[in-house]
Design a protein around this ligand. Structure first.
Ligand code: GLC
Length: 800
């Protein structure tokens, strides 16, 4: 494999294969974290060594205590060291914050390693989560780099959370926690007699149903379960009294301020190294906890678990690979966007900026599109999960909590339509129409219906919520949650939703036709045609489409407005949905480039709202330039890439993609602040004094979309029911690129050549050395599906 640009800055760089980000100082402009999850158990870990752990739900079922404080980043699971002279430091930088002689944090795919040197002692702390067990492993290697024998005391430390245990209610929650030391287990158990769950016997009346544990591979010299004895009354994390003394007080039981701390002592001759392993997890039973503890006492098991993580991720990531002239694109498409979307968004559903834990109906459905070219079964399972969170009238939970199954059921008008939208993508990828017959219950009707019926109910519900003029109502918000009060009286309309619905109607009409539901196919096509006419007749503002009307009839995103004059989604989706005809489509994207495109990508709207407007919603309450209030909202900004590519504007499509690529934003790390290896939810716009600053990293729907637009619209490799379309839309400077992709079980090595330096338009398509005839125009060259298991060489040549 060729070595990629490392994009080095004063804070760090990528490894040569792009699969690790190596942070070279603990003082990054914001915490730069990793979100590691196996789909059930998970952890966050920052470059300072801080973070938290959870099982199944990062809020309802958090194991360790953590408070959202991105400036201090001072909640975590820590390791202290103390030497024979009484020097005290930590394996990560927090919480002691001594000046390290060397420091390196490597965030990798499924693991993080922090290597540091203090007082001649090098520690290497490797943290990861085995792929199928509810625990994390901390493998700690200590090396004596000095010429004398050293005696070291090592202490672990964290606070137990155990369930939903908010910080502001600690005194209440702590009294239900019980800790216990078990000598055979080399560690501590913790349980809790209360969980914030509603049961048949009322609220606050059930046990937290797990057994938490923390153990060491080596027999501990001492331990503690109490914060008071560990830190000392009025003590600090920087300087705990027990660490100073070199010994723990062995206090466990109820009645405490519960923590977990284990102490091991070692003597290291010059040059020697020692590896110990700690576990932290939440088992279903005590005996399961003991089994896990015993298993990972064995170094071989720890290594095998790490190998398992590598193998697991290689399988996922290696299924689809791109090799383009742009290393920033290669690194993101091949590794980090997939990892972020899967580990962070779909499995972890949590990160520093939003601890989350719930499923957003539209959010994880959109994310699950990332699985399509990798393992479409995962998309299908996500679709079915969401179908089960629909009501029989077609409406859906806007979001819901796994475990408690409590959700928000409100008139947010677009959410339900993402079900048919993603189902269409799934069918294009797989042609698996049998999935439509799968039967799933509704929230309020367990007898349920077929997936096809679930989709139809969603669409039919959306078709009922129309204004007299023939536009869909916006209700309590559409894709943009912050437009939360525009249409509460069910009068205001959404132009973006009109575009989106148009797309869904046209695409689903095809599905209906294939399903021999011809009447419905006809109806949807007819409604789509009418909708398109209406949008173009009433929602055109002169130079662009306005965005919505309020209950009062007043427009949003129109020339008539001083603030929020133009909105991005109403333009990009006019193109994506096929509502704007060619000339108008060009016109609206020109306006987007002129009025919305910033150095960090297109803004969601412009200018920002400066005064809160209760007839619009909380969007107007954000600081100007921040998030949806005239920031770059990355998720929506990726759609501009699709619109540009549909118009054949390769230069513009790639320019916008590159502006959104966090690697490029991170070239100016002090301005950008955020991690350069994952997408941010937003980048502040020109009306913020922090123009260019990224925030809300990891937990954002932009990762899956940026991946998708890069692969499908720039590299132009898209699934359709007929086969795989090869439709590059690239900067003319590119000579070509390669993509390895699986499609319906067959493997395709696609090589695109661009000898005439064009932006799009395939002249010749060769499959396995034979010129291919399935041609429907230069932007519609399709490779027919092949038998599963076979491999094919595809060459596409751009030409006029
Ligand atoms: C948040 C929501 C998402 C919504 C977006 C835009 O990310 O989770 O559903 O589409 O904001 O408002």
């Amino acid at each position: 494999m060729k070595s990629l640009n490392s994009f080095k800055t004063k804070y760090g760089h990528f490894s040569p294969d792009g699969k690790e980000y190596i942070i070279t100082t603990p003082r990054t402009p914001r915490p730069w974290i990793n979100v590691i999850s196996n789909g059930d158990y998970g952890i966050t870990v920052s470059q300072t060594g801080s973070g938290y752990s959870w099982r199944t739900h990062a809020q309802l079922n958090r194991l360790t205590r953590w408070e959202q404080d991105l400036i201090r980043d001072e909640w975590g699971k820590y390791i202290y060291l103390r030497d024979e002279k009484g020097n005290v430091w930590s394996a990560g930088w927090k919480p002691v914050c001594s000046e390290p002689d060397s420091y390196e944090c490597r965030h990798g795919i499924g693991y993080t390693t922090i290597r540091s040197t203090y007082f001649g002692i090098e520690t290497e702390l490797l943290i990861f989560v085995p792929i199928d067990k509810p625990l994390e492993l901390w493998s700690l290697t200590i090396r004596n780099r000095t010429r004398r024998t050293r005696t070291l005391d090592v202490f672990t430390y964290f606070e137990w959370g155990l369930g939903q245990a908010p910080d502001w209610h600690r005194e209440f929650h702590k009294s239900f926690i019980e800790t216990e030391y078990n000598a055979d287990a080399h560690g501590l158990f913790a349980t809790k007699r209360l969980w914030e769950m509603t049961t048949e016997r009322g609220h606050w009346n059930t046990n937290w149903p797990y057994v938490a544990f923390h153990s060491s591979s080596v027999r501990p010299s001492s331990y503690d379960g109490d914060k008071e004895t560990f830190l000392g009354m009025y003590g600090t994390h920087r300087n705990p009294v027990s660490v100073e003394k070199g010994k723990l007080k062995k206090r466990t039981g109820n009645w405490l301020d519960p923590i977990g701390s284990l102490h091991i002592r070692m003597s290291l001759p010059p040059g020697a190294e020692r590896t110990s392993c700690f576990t932290l997890g939440a088992a279903d039973t005590k005996s399961q906890a003991c089994d896990l503890i015993r298993k990972y006492r064995d170094k071989k098991e720890v290594n095998a678990a790490l190998e398992g993580v590598h193998y697991h991720w290689e399988n996922i990531l290696g299924t689809l690979e791109v090799d383009t002239p742009d290393d920033a694109m290669n690194i993101m498409e091949n590794t980090w966007l997939k990892y972020q979307a899967i580990s962070g968004r779909m499995w972890g559903r949590t990160a520093y900026y939003q601890t989350g834990g719930a499923y957003g109906f539209r959010d994880q459905l959109q994310d699950s599109q990332l699985w399509l070219p990798i393992d479409a079964e995962q998309t299908k399972q996500q679709i079915l999960l969401h179908a089960r969170h629909q009501f029989s009238d077609g409406t859906v939970y806007h979001w819901w909590h796994p475990i408690s199954e409590i959700g928000l059921h409100r008139e947010i008008s677009d959410t339900l339509l993402w079900l048919p939208f993603v189902v269409v993508s799934y069918l294009q990828e797989t042609d698996d129409f049998s999935a439509l017959r799968i039967h799933e219950p509704f929230v309020d009707d367990r007898s349920g219906a077929s997936l096809y019926d679930h989709c139809v109910r969603a669409i039919d519900k959306a078709l009922q919520r129309f204004s007299e003029r023939g536009l869909p109502l916006i209700g309590a918000g559409d894709w943009n949650d912050g437009l939360s009060a525009v249409g509460l009286e069910m009068k205001g309309e959404s132009v973006w939703l009109a575009h989106f619905l148009h797309r869904v109607l046209i695409d689903f009409a095809e599905v209906a036709e294939r399903s021999e539901d011809l009447e419905r196919a006809g109806l949807y096509r007819e409604r789509a045609a009418r909708l398109k006419d209406t949008i173009n007749a009433v929602a055109w503002d002169g130079e662009w489409y306005y965005r919505a009307t309020k209950d009062s009839g007043e427009k949003l995103g129109s020339k008539a407005n001083k603030e929020g004059r133009i909105y991005l989604n109403a333009q990009t989706w006019a193109v994506i949905a096929g509502v704007a005809e060619r000339g108008r489509a060009e016109e609206v994207m020109d306006v987007v480039e002129r009025q919305l495109e910033s150095k960090a990508g297109p803004l969601l709207l412009y200018p920002a709202y400066k005064t809160p407007d209760s007839s619009i919603g909380y969007l107007t309450r954000y600081s100007p330039g921040v998030r949806e209030n005239a920031g770059v909202y990355t998720h929506a900004a990726t759609w501009a890439v699709i619109a540009e590519a549909m118009l054949g504007r390769g230069k513009e499509a790639f320019r916008i993609y590159s502006k959104l690529n966090p690697i490029n934003r991170g070239k100016n790390p002090d301005e950008y602040s955020a991690e350069p290896y994952v997408t941010p939810g937003n980048i502040e716009g020109p009306e913020s004094p922090f123009y260019g600053r990224g925030g809300w990293t990891w937990y954002t729907g932009s990762a899956a979309w940026l991946f998708r637009v890069g692969l499908e619209w720039i590299l132009g490799i898209r699934a359709t029911t007929d086969g795989l379309i090869i439709d590059p839309c690239i900067p003319s400077a590119w000579k070509g690129y390669k993509v390895k992709r699986r499609f319906r079980g067959a493997f395709y090595n696609v090589h695109v050549k661009n000898p005439e330096h064009l932006q799009c338009g395939v002249k010749e398509l060769w499959v396995d050395g034979v010129q291919h005839c399935m041609t429907k125009g230069p932007r519609n060259k399709v490779v027919a599906p092949f038998e599963a298991g076979s491999t094919h060489e595809v060459v596409a040549v751009l030409g006029a």
